[in-house]
Design a protein around this ligand. Structure first.
Ligand SMILES: NC(=O)C1=CN([C@@H]2O[C@H](COP(=O)(O)OP(=O)(O)OC[C@H]3O[C@@H](n4cnc5c(N)ncnc54)[C@H](OP(=O)(O)O)[C@@H]3O)[C@@H](O)[C@H]2O)C=CC1
Ligand SMILES: O=C(OP(=O)(O)O)[C@H](O)COP(=O)(O)O
Length: 341
């Protein structure tokens, strides 16, 4: 069993912890927090040993009925690999600790590519992660773009990509953030950081992205246009998407035309935390015009799509499964990820 520690048990960390615990070849040996909060109670409820950075805060945890297993360094020492899901920028500060202990670590999209020197997506570059000490699972938006672009590139060749990211303002529990009543150009400059981030995995792709933030917490929405190298049809393009295990199709018959209805759907499907781990490509939006111009809208659940990627990244870095498809299948099966559509 691969011993996994989750450093930073928040929005992403708590989901990765459950996904890891569900795998046949991995176990959670601990999760870490800095403060007493609802998520600490969830860790207790799940039976994950809870570690804290500052043992001086142990009495506060114990007073709240939360047993502390030890300090974070003790947790790190016991792990084969660490998933660092601390807030953006903290991972960079943690890297020297992992180096000192000689431990493998996975960083998240809030860190710069350079923190790990290697960025990961299971369908795109699984084999390149094998044996590495550090990797970074790219952000939710970048993960969604890389899945789509890789699928289209392998089927038809990709000449260039132009995409607009309509980004959710905050996660549902993030009550401090806005905007509440504005469309914020973020960044106002063009291109946004998403295109260069895609190129950390797909260096030769010609891509320009634009981004803004709107007052919703549920999901991001992408408007994507890809010029293909070879002519194709809408039916052929749709077939490629249907055959991808982490791209779901939001069928016309469901009547779903928004992020809100899509999350209601995943809730009704009984998905854990209502998570949509796969891209949600709207069937009706898929178009191939003038032979080589592919268009679609896709919804991206920011809290969820990076979760199976972290699991595959663990297997790749540990070198225990050499075939990307085998790891992807194992991860999906353990999660119950059968792409919608
Ligand atoms: N949320 C999202 O939509 C997505 C986030 N990401 C990336 O994932 C990473 C984590 O984001 P997210 O889960 O949203 O963040 P959260 O703020 O939800 O969770 C962060 C966790 O880290 C803990 N923490 C805070 N400071 C430290 C510290 N100094 N040392 C150790 N642990 C600490 C927090 O514990 P406590 O509360 O006790 O301080 C909390 O459990 C970021 O890089 C982000 O960019 C990637 C894709 C999507
Ligand atoms: O990394 C993300 O988005 P991004 O791909 O737009 O940078 C996640 O949605 C977290 O973004 P946040 O920094 O707005 O919380």
């Amino acid at each position: 069993m691969i011993k996994v520690a989750i450093n930073g048990y928040g929005t992403i960390g708590k989901r990765v912890a459950d996904a890891v615990a569900a795998q046949p070849d991995m176990e959670i040996i601990g999760v870490s927090k800095t403060s007493v909060s609802a998520e600490a109670y969830i860790a207790k409820e799940r039976g994950y040993p809870l570690y804290i950075a500052d043992l001086g805060r142990k009495p506060a945890f114990e007073k709240a009925g939360l047993e502390v297993a030890g300090d974070v360094e003790t947790m790190l020492k016991a792990a084969d690999i660490i998933v660092d899901a601390t807030p953006g920028g903290v991972g960079e500060k943690n890297r020297p600790v992992y180096e000192k202990l000689g431990k493998k670590a996975i960083f998240q999209g809030g860190e710069e590519h350079e923190v790990a020197g290697f960025s990961f997506n299971a369908h795109a570059n699984y084999k390149e992660a094998m044996g590495r000490q550090f990797a970074r699972v790219v952000s939710c938006n970048t993960t969604g773009l890389v899945r789509l672009i890789t699928a289209m590139d392998r089927a038809f060749g990709v000449e260039r990509v132009r995409a607009v990211m309509i980004r959710r303002a905050a996660d549902p529990d993030d009550i401090q953030r806005g905007p509440v009543d504005a469309i914020v150009l973020n960044p106002v400059t063009i291109p946004s950081h998403h295109g260069p981030d895609v190129q950390t995995i797909l260096p030769s792709v010609n891509i320009v992205t634009l981004a803004m933030i709107v007052p919703t917490t549920l999901m991001h929405m992408h408007s994507v246009q890809i010029d293909l190298k070879r002519e194709t049809t809408r039916e052929e393009a749709l077939k490629v998407l249907e055959n991808h295990s982490r791209i779901g199709i939001v069928r016309k018959a469901t009547g779903i035309k928004s992020n809100a209805q899509l999350r209601e759907y995943t809730q009704d499907l009984g998905r854990p935390r209502t998570d949509l781990w796969e891209n949600g490509v709207f069937e009706e939006s898929v178009a191939v015009l003038n032979g080589r111009e592919f268009y679609c809208f896709q919804a991206i659940h920011q809290e969820a799509d990076v979760v199976p990627e972290n699991v595959d990244c663990i297997r790749a870095m540990m070198g225990t499964v050499k075939d990307p498809e085998e790891s992807i299948r194992t991860t999906n099966k353990a999660l119950g990820l059968v792409a919608i559509g």
